[in-house]
Design a protein around this ligand. Sequence first.
Ligand code: B12
Ligand code: SF4
Length: 479
Amino acid sequence: MFFFINLSQKPMHEFIMNALRPKMPPFGVAYVASTLSANGIKSVLHDDNLHEYDDRQLRDLLGSYNGEIQAVGLTSVSTTLTQIPRIARISKEILPNTPIIVGGPHARLLPEDIINCQEVDVVFTSEAELAIVDYARGKDLSQIEGVMYRKDGHVVENPVTSVIENLDELPFPDYSLFNIADYHSTKGIAKRHPNSYIINSRGCPYRCTFCSSKSLNPTREKKVRFRSPENSVAEIEMLVKKYGVKELFFSDEMFTGNEELVFGICEGIIQLNLDVIWVCQTHVNNITREKLRMMKKAGCHQICFGVESGDPGIQKAIRKNLNLQRVKETVRMTQSEGIDARASFMFGNQYETTETMQRTIDFARKLSPDFASFNIATPYPGTYFREWALENGYLVNDKYEALDSTTYTLVTPDLPPGTVEKYCNKAFRSFYYHPRYVVRRLQHIRDMGDFIRFVKSIYYAFKLIPHALRGLLRRKSTR
Ligand code: B12
Ligand code: SF4
């Protein structure tokens, strides 16, 4: 049996958006567990991000599976990396002869950070659905692609020479590992519960400077791999009928990029008459009215567009290169087809100044999407933004746990400490705490469900005021 642990993420600060954050199961683990299961090997998951265990609870839990555990598998994003030594130490105390293996986005981006922890035996440096089965069957490590391990005191890394080209060959994620109803997507987005994520493709053809998508792609090319619509629809049907899922979040990096997939999934949902609504995120340039109409018919109620900045110069600098006029037209078109438009913005990218950030705040207000999110630019490993910050000596806080989008870890000549956080909070207040926004949301109320969501959003808005104030005070006192 493989015993997987999803490491917990602890926000560094009180931050205005923290209260809205999603809590979702680890889908990477669900994918590797499903290929193990297809080969007759059982998996168990402890989600420490959902139920955080102290040392004693973790010891008791691991001890209770005495003798059954073949390997303890940890999954890690950069922000949870610092949890690895503690969990690995406890695991070795209780199960000294059981290997500790680690995978996840950070393991794919900077595996050497993880193998440096002496208790860790093997790091999986790429998509691991195939490698994990080789590993479980006891294949010699030197013969397994995409692993990093120690041999005779040296670190060895096996390259990845082939990738899973046909995603339809993979079994669906193992949803039996967790209880979907225990989780939730970003508060305020989902209209129904239980809700879950689904991934229909891997990769993105764009190259935004703040995003690690390119570095995560095993081919490092602009190639995107897509599932067939039939395969995705079969998973959706299973989620709805077997797990009672009522709402889905298509977490593809760019859902509307492949016409065949979008139309195929929509037709499938309509033909099977599935009782499910959904939300997706995508690129402004991939939207047409025809697609929107089909998506609406198939239950789409919200689209999130990564707009990032209201300043044309910053658009170029971050290689997003959006035409702001087209952004406006796309948001209007989305709203006119009865789908809510969410726009996501960032503060503190390359060459940002207080003027460019103010332009973003003004643009967000004028754009008038139904919802907006405001994030702090974060120099994740595998991004050009991180390289730029390092080259210029702007990175002043290199702690991985600070990469939680609530802390600005750079100081640039144009942005003294605290400026980016200030503008981010200002953007939130200027957008949401505005009578015009409240009136517009009131006009959107069509049924009892909308009314309840409106009351909840007012409740969250008031709840967020002390969050914002505490955050500001704490930042000031730690400076
Ligand atoms: C959906 C998604 C979410 C969802 C669900 C996340 C989840 N729990 O799975 C939500 C919205 C909750 C989320 C939250 C966050 N996310 Co997110 N998310 C994604 C997204 C779009 C898809 C993830 C996914 O399912 N990928 C597909 C699976 C198959 O890939 P995978 O997870 O890497 O898993 C494979 C391997 O890594 C390996 N593997 C994984 N775990 C293990 C464990 C073992 C033992 C083994 C052997 C192998 C193994 O095998 C898997 C199958 O091939 C990715 C973008 C991307 N391209 O991956 C960002 C991404 C992973 N998220 C990211 C970030 C930053 C976050 C947050 C920190 C944001 C924040 N500021 O809070 C939080 C962290 C929450 C957490 N503790 O996990 C970054 C990670 C960057 C980094 N350096 O770590 C990414 C890469 C986005 C980006 N391009 O910057 N996220
Ligand atoms: S930010 Fe979005 S569009 Fe840009 S590279 Fe990343 S996933 Fe692609």
